[in-house]
Design a protein around this ligand. Structure first.
Ligand code: GTP
Ligand code: MG
Length: 469
């Protein structure tokens, strides 16, 4: 049984309550200035985690094995063990485990270190063989979780995300300083040409960068709470068998009778290294009794909410009306070629491949890209897991390689506020209102990064322009 512990990302308090622009005084007004600002035109179009889990059975046992896999495995191993160096690769060593923050001893354990790629997942892996009591197991899991959260938090604001936010804030402060300078000194001091145009283009670039990151924010949320993966298909295709296979436990009843699953059954799983909420659904068919009909309605509802659909068909029954109907209505929707709604993704799986003639041709080469699988023999499972890994990396983002993800609602809120204010900047033709919009936008970023006060703006004005000297 796998215990999923990758969900909660640490909510760092850094950056909270950073200086805002509230102390900013309105710029000196020089009577009504006819606005020379040109509209900015139409907006341009939007442009490794480490897993740890209990891998032995849950409950009382002599020895419990906890495994980590991912780029931070070595760090996790070092931070929990004394001495703090890595043991020799692939050799069992007896180490004292203690909590990385409090130093509280946790257990004497055998630890093993498997540097990637020579490991069972291909990534750096570590194993902790601890005494199996629930207190020890949960203590070690908690210590690992704390460490993972701490690293995530560091990555969030001190790391790449902090770097990015500070870059955005710098650009915005500069744009604001230039607009302020134009308002205050434009006439008297003959500011160089193109000051406002430069601010406009900086705002445009910032808008693109912020919108791209807000789109990624949704992915960050999925990484935290799990992607919704919905298994759907006609009755008897082997949906429940697939759910049980992927979750490695008997979540759903499997039987040869079509219409066995009537309700949506969901289970949290680790799918190819990503956290997911896997839903089994009733087989989609019409003309059935009221209970099954309700199951079909729920299945359709759940399909709408899926991040990833695992569409399952019986490879030996592709010509049946329910298979054809499912293919037409769910797999190949009308207007195919356009992206699926809500950027939903879909993997088509032809199950029961063991019923096809061995080594025979693809049963339906005309179908959209698909994978052959046998839940009965397990053939094709590795290919499916690899395809799932690729799809889920798209859905969730890969924290070890991709851009830093905005997982915190507060960050998202302020980035959205900043983006909205930049929208107002672009729309208004009045310079004073435009400057106000930039101040508001900078205030939102200031709540993430701090800074952005009057001093900073004035510094830029005096640095960039020969005014008041
Ligand atoms: N030969 C073969 N039989 C399979 C395979 N997968 C599932 N089955 C059998 O197909 C039947 C239906 O499997 P289920 O997993 O209950 O199918 P389902 O799609 O959940 O069915 P409903 O809940 O009724 O919609 C069962 O008898 C399974 O044992 C497979 O890969 N090969
Ligand atoms: Mg079923």
């Amino acid at each position: 049984m796998m215990i999923e512990n990758r969900g909660a990302l640490y909510q760092s308090r850094r950056g909270v309550g950073g200086a805002s622009c509230q102390d900013w005084k309105p710029p000196r007004q020089r009577g009504p200035r006819s606005c020379t600002r040109q509209g900015s035109g139409a907006p341009a179009p939007g442009s490794g985690a480490t897993i740890f889990a209990l891998s032995s059975g849950q409950g009382r046992c002599g020895i419990a094995v906890i495994r980590t896999s991912g780029p931070s495995s070595g760090h996790a191993l070092r931070s929990l063990t004394a001495p703090r160096d890595l043991p020799p690769a692939r050799s069992a060593c007896l180490r004292l485990l203690s909590h990385p923050r409090s130093g509280e001893p946790l257990d004497h354990a055998l630890v093993l270190w498997f540097p990637g790629p020579q490991s069972f997942t291909g990534e750096d892996c570590a194993e902790f063989h601890v005494h199996g009591g629930p207190a020890v197991v949960s203590g070690v899991l908690q210590a690992l979780e704390t460490e993972a959260q701490r690293r995530q938090a560091l990555r969030q604001l001190d790391g790449e995300l902090g770097h990015l936010c500070h870059g955005w804030a710098k650009t915005l402060t500069k744009a604001l300083a230039h607009v302020e300078a134009y308002i205050d000194f434009g006439e008297d001091d003959n500011l160089e040409e193109g000051v406002l145009e430069q601010a406009d283009s900086q705002v445009r670039e910032l808008e693109l960068a912020l919108s791209a990151h807000l789109r990624d924010a949704r992915r960050g949320q999925r990484l935290r709470s799990g992607a919704h993966v919905v298994v759907a298909g006609p009755p008897n295709a082997g949906k429940s068998s697939l759910v049980n296979l992927l979750s490695r436990k008997p979540v759903s009843i499997v039987s040869p009778e079509p219409g066995t699953t009537r309700d949506v059954l969901e289970t949290p799983v680790d799918l190819a290294g990503f956290p997911a909420l896997l839903s089994d659904t009733a087989g989609l068919r019409e003309g059935v009794g009221p209970v099954e009909q309700e199951g079909v309605r729920r299945a359709r509802e759940r399909l709408e909410q899926a991040d990833l659909i695992l569409a399952v068909l019986d490879a030996s029954d592709l010509a049946s009306p329910s298979s054809c109907n499912f293919l037409d209505t769910v797999v190949v929707r009308p207007g195919a070629g356009s992206p699926r709604e809500n950027s939903q993704r879909l993997l088509l799986v032809l199950n029961k491949s063991d019923l096809l003639p061995r080594g025979g041709p693809d049963p339906r080469p005309d179908l959209p890209p698909h994978l052959l699988l046998s839940c009965l023999t397990g053939e094709g499972l590795n290919g499916l897991l690899e395809a799932l890994r690729k799809e889920l990396a798209e859905v969730c983002g890969d924290p070890s390689t991709g851009p830093p993800l905005l997982t915190r609602v507060r960050h998202q809120h302020h980035l959205q506020g900043c983006l909205d204010a930049l929208g107002h900047y672009k729309q208004t033709k009045d310079l004073a209102l435009a400057a106000e919009a930039l101040r508001l936008a900078r205030g939102h970023l200031g709540r993430i990064t701090g800074g952005g006060g009057t001093e900073e703006v004035l510094d830029i004005i005096f640095r960039d322009f020969c005014v008041g000297k």
